[in-house]
Design a protein around this ligand. Structure first.
Ligand SMILES: [Fe+2]
Ligand SMILES: [Fe+2]
Ligand SMILES: [Fe+2]
Ligand SMILES: [Fe+2]
Length: 288
């Protein structure tokens, strides 16, 4: 494979997943949590690595400025999608995701059709090879593997589905649909915390740090008991009372995780370990 083909293949892999996540977001804006998490981990690291390698090697300052500006715009759009998720702004999420996808498509094309040919005209294939290897190395190094943000965004996905169940005038069928989505996501979220996240933390935590984990696990048992009945076994009255109970419990539980536990886990795990935990957790959340 030539270096140009390598960059193309790398772009295709990134953009293929991102395109799927944008489609998922269009169909259900609550799924923007996955789009923002995935891009925060893989796309932003890619962009930062390019700036210090490929862009740095290009002599056309005006072009490089424009591409760096686009990186900033991509980052800002992701932040704005993440914020809209927190406030339940479904139509904003959809329009911003469409803009994001358009910008990213155009941006990747310029890298492949303008930047790469220009670089390979002035550099030998060996030099290009080294540059791409260096880009990949930096990309790995720049991954944030932000566990805190990943799980906090998933709280928002669950919150949005709960708030949809309580929208004034919501049809019973719709409320049941959102209950079933929310239930599956919440059970998966708790399962990943208990089987992936907390055990990873336990390996490196000192005994005093495990107290908060024990509290979270016992709260999980209460939460799971509230949503234990599946959709078939639940009537309208029980659906509403369980949702009200759950909203109160989750508000307190999630705050504790977001303010204490997740930041502590981010600080405690080494970067490479955090990257593995991030990937495994992301794949699990995306399957729910
Ligand atoms: Fe780029
Ligand atoms: Fe790129
Ligand atoms: Fe939890
Ligand atoms: Fe959580």
């Amino acid at each position: 494979m030539t270096t140009m083909e390598k960059l193309h293949a790398h772009h295709e892999k990134l953009i293929g997943t991102i395109r799927e996540l944008v489609e998922r977001t269009k169909a259900d804006p609550a799924e923007a949590s996955l789009l923002v998490s995935y891009c925060g981990e893989f796309l932003l690291a890619h962009a930062e690595a390019e700036e210090s390698t490929l862009y740095n090697a290009d002599a056309n300052a005006e072009f490089v400025d424009k591409m760096v500006r686009e990186h900033r715009e991509i980052k800002e759009l992701l932040e704005s999608i993440g914020n809209a998720l927190g406030t339940g702004g479904a139509s904003l999420i959809i329009s911003e995701s469409a803009r994001f996808m358009e910008l990213l498509n155009a941006h990747f094309l310029e890298e492949e059709n303008i930047l790469m040919p220009r670089l390979s005209n002035k550099m030998s294939e060996g030099e290009m090879e080294n540059l791409i290897t260096e880009a990949h190395r930096v990309e790995g190094e720049k991954k944030r593997s932000d566990i805190w943000s990943l799980f906090e965004l998933d709280h928002k996905r669950i919150d949005l589905n709960m708030s949809r169940m309580r929208m004034p005038g919501v049809h019973l069928d719709a409320a049941r649909h959102y209950y079933s989505r929310m239930r599956g996501q919440l059970l998966k979220h708790i399962e990943l915390e208990e089987t992936v996240l907390f055990p990873a933390f336990e390996e490196h935590a000192n005994p005093g740090q495990m107290g908060p984990v024990q509290v979270m696990i016992s709260e999980h048992r209460e939460i799971v008991s509230i949503i234990s009945p599946s959709l078939e076994d639940i009537d309208e009255e029980s659906l509403r009372s369980r949702t009200d109970l759950l909203i109160g419990k989750l508000a307190v539980h999630n705050k504790k995780e977001e303010l204490i536990l997740y930041p502590m886990i981010n600080r405690t795990l080494q970067a490479s370990h955090r990257a593995r935990v991030f990937k495994e957790s992301f794949d699990g959340l995306a399957a729910a």
